[in-house]
Design a binder for this molecule. Structure first.
Ligand SMILES: Cc1ncc(COP(=O)(O)O)c(C=O)c1O
Length: 398
């Protein structure tokens, strides 16, 4: 395939640039209310605290931290993360990465060979589906139920495809992007058991679990595998500061068995060299000063009323045949419309009504698309915009 064909090929990468274009397009329409982006609210960014910390760390240790550093990240930040999360692990089981996106890519790059399979929740986060495609993996899509992926379908895939070809089960267990669904404790345990029995790695993508407004926190797959199954290697967990401090920082971390971290480090050396050392030092100071707990509280206090507003506006305006998830945290909610409605078409209608969302088809792997869903983001718009925007979407359906 020559470079021209490669540029125009209809792949998931094209879908992801379509999403970026959709979000860009919404910015230029005056009066448009957008639920399309996946952006945290800028009002939650701790700008003043970070500005002070950047000044502080550069004054104190600028000559060191402006130098190249170790690929896997700064010891100081790794230890601060272990302390913050109260984890019983060592720093060689932690790797700092340039955002979760980079961690996910490095993890799969380290294990996937062209033609391997990755089992993924469906729908799922397009950024990861794109990365799976980029490394030559085939995606096996497993339908999402209200308590996490369909376990029977997962088992069937493993039975049908030689398990040694299936390298990962990819999951976003808490407040999943795009559906807002959280996996039950029973399913967490079932998934780990199945993964251990079949020697498949679980890639746990966890940017949202700390943003819980309702219900009790669930243990991560990483913790359950270690504490309940006494297994250190089955789960690779990727967590990010993007939704806690700001995605512009590009700081995230991977928790995994030390041999897996070491393999990922050797790949990262070729791709990244070092994650921004100044920002790593800033984030470690932020954690050491104990600022994250209040910051998370502040974000939850900001998002909970917005989520409540979205649910109550949906109750108020949507016709009977429209259903939606009621997330206990995170940033997204998913609408299911009647099968006859195609939200790709609905999107154009919605733009005429000056409201935007992401059509559900954009969150499915090639060939497994469903067209009657859509994703709504509640962390970015105001409560007033949410009420008016939901009314506008409902108007497009009548
Ligand atoms: C499920 C999921 N994983 C990963 C990411 C990417 O996070 P980061 O900014 O840390 O790369 C996002 C961002 O929207 C996400 O929703």
């Amino acid at each position: 395939m020559n470079w021209r064909n490669k540029c125009t090929r209809n792949t998931l990468m094209m879908k992801s640039s379509m999403i970026r274009n959709l979000v860009e397009m919404t910015k230029s329409v005056p009066g448009l209310i957008s639920f399309a982006g996946g952006f945290p609210s800028p009002s939650t960014f701790p700008v003043a605290q970070l500005a002070d910390l950047y000044r502080e760390v550069l004054h104190e240790d600028g000559k060191n931290i402006l130098q190249y550093g170790s690929t896997g990240g700064e010891q100081e930040l790794k230890q601060a993360i272990i302390d913050q999360e109260e984890l019983d692990i060592t720093t060689d089981e932690v790797m700092i990465c340039s955002g979760a996106t980079n961690g996910i890519y490095t993890a799969i790059r380290s294990f996937i060979e062209s033609g391997d399979f990755i089992i993924s929740e469906s729908p799922s986060f397009l950024g990861s589906l794109v990365a799976f495609e980029a490394v030559g993996a085939n995606i096996l899509p497993v339908t999402m139920r209200s308590d996490g992926l369909d376990i029977e379908q997962l088992k069937t895939y493993i039975k049908q495809n030689k398990s040694e070809k299936i390298k990962f089960i990819y999951t976003i267990p808490d407040f999943q992007n795009p559906t807002g669904i959280t996996m039950s404790n029973e399913k967490r345990e079932m998934m780990i058991k199945i993964a251990i029995e079949n020697d498949i790695l679980i890639l746990e993508d966890d940017p949202y679990s700390k943003l819980r407004f309702y219900g009790t926190a669930k243990n991560s797959l990483f913790r359950i595998a270690r504490e309940k199954f006494n297994n250190k290697s089955v789960v690779i967990s990727i967590r990010s500061f993007s939704k806690l401090l700001g995605p512009g920082l590009r700081i995230a971390y991977t928790l995994a068995d030390k041999n897996i971290i070491s393999l990922m480090n050797s790949w990262a050396q070729k791709i990244n060299v070092t994650t921004d050392r100044v920002t790593q030092r800033v984030v470690s100071r932020y954690l050491e000063k104990g600022l994250l707990t209040d910051q998370i509280k502040h974000i939850k206090e900001t998002y909970k009323p917005l989520c409540d507003q979205m649910v109550s506006s949906l109750d108020k305006y949507m016709p009977e045949n429209v259903k939606w998830t009621k997330p206990e945290g995170g940033m997204f909610l998913w609408l299911n419309l009647p099968e006859s409605v195609n939200t790709d078409n609905q999107f154009k209608k919605a733009l005429n009504h000056k409201v935007a969302f992401i059509p559900g088809s954009k969150f499915y792997s090639q060939g497994s698309e469903k067209y009657n869903g859509l994703r709504l983001n509640f962390s970015f718009p105001t409560a007033e915009q949410i009420d008016e925007g939901i009314k506008r979407i409902a108007d497009t359906l009548s």
